[in-house]
Design a protein around this ligand. Structure first.
Ligand SMILES: Nc1ncnc2c1ncn2[C@@H]1O[C@H](COP(=O)(O)OP(=O)(O)OP(=O)(O)O)[C@@H](O)[C@H]1O
Length: 268
């Protein structure tokens, strides 16, 4: 597997002098092509700051981020971000189709017909047939977040960054969106880096879970999720492997050290 994202010695400080605040500290990790990696960390530890630095929205105070071997310096063309707050990221005056097509409108290499077909395809991926002509405010919260995901996927990004994407929907919708993400990711071989504060979500979704410390964020563990590719909201969450991994992530988040791999799998 080729490396898609390389983060090396990344740190970011807000402000200067006495009021300076170190938000992330010396983050080093990679994400491989085709991987769904989750980053889990406590509230306020610096997760969003880290994503903003990776996406080029914020210039980090130090360290390096490379996407497909190219140093990130500004927002890369082949990167898409899905935020938690879908109501603020969709344009209410544009239809669903126009929202999904929007980022493609600036691409000279994509014709109008291609734009239309990519939008339709992406809306099918997220299971939203028949809503292309509606406006975002005519849809439920879960459907709006599906539109945001479709908009990101229509760009066919090399890397999809997701910042707490399911934190604003109800529990049932959240389960549906988690399954949708895993299905779309595996069908397209997409590379995804998803940030969450939800331990269960990180283990259920991830091929890998990176655990962050309290502020300033630093990586305390990088765990491979030893669960089958095909997951199910009931049986997977009840399995001993899931329960044991969740307990390990919880322990690490509360300041415990890293255990041996055999212990993480519950000794099974
Ligand atoms: N623009 C900013 N200027 C100054 N401080 C900031 C700024 N953005 C974030 N911070 C501070 O940096 C720290 C990390 O914030 P950040 O939003 O990255 O954390 P987070 O883990 O994403 O939080 P949450 O889980 O609550 O979304 C916080 O203490 C926050 O107050």
């Amino acid at each position: 597997m080729a490396t898609m994202l390389e983060v090396s010695g990344l740190y970011h400080r807000y402000g200067g002098g006495e009021g300076a605040h170190l938000a992330v500290n010396d983050l080093t990790f990679t994400v491989e092509t085709g991987e769904l990696a989750c980053i889990v960390g406590p509230s306020g530890c610096g997760k969003s700051t880290m994503l903003r630095c990776i996406s080029g929205l914020v210039k980090p105070s130090g360290g390096e981020v490379s996407l497909q071997g190219n140093r990130v310096d500004g927002v890369p063309e082949d990167l898409a971000v899905v935020f938690q707050d879908y109501s603020r990221s969709l344009f209410p005056w544009l239809t669903v189709r126009q929202n999904v097509e929007f980022p493609l409108r600036w691409r000279r290499d994509i014709s109008k017909a291609e734009r239309r077909s990519r939008a339709e395809e992406a809306l099918e991926w997220v299971n939203l047939p028949g809503v292309a002509g509606k406006y975002p405010w005519q849809l439920s919260g879960g459907m709006q977040q599906r539109v945001s995901i479709a908009r990101a996927l229509a760009r066919r990004p090399a890397l999809l960054l997701m910042d707490e994407p399911f934190a604003s929907v109800d529990a049932q919708t959240r389960f549906e969106l988690e399954d949708l993400l895993r299905n779309v990711q595996s069908a397209n071989g997409s590379t995804v880096l998803l940030v969450t504060h939800d331990i269960d979500e990180s283990v259920y979704l991830g091929d890998r879970v990176l655990v962050l410390s309290k502020s300033p964020a630093t990586i305390v563990a990088d765990l491979t999720v030893d669960l089958p590719k095909e997951r199910d909201q009931i049986t997977t969450r009840e399995s001993p492997e899931f329960v044991s991994m969740r307990a390990e992530v919880a322990r690490l988040l509360h300041g415990g050290g890293v255990k041996e791999k055999a212990d993480v799998a519950g000794g099974s």
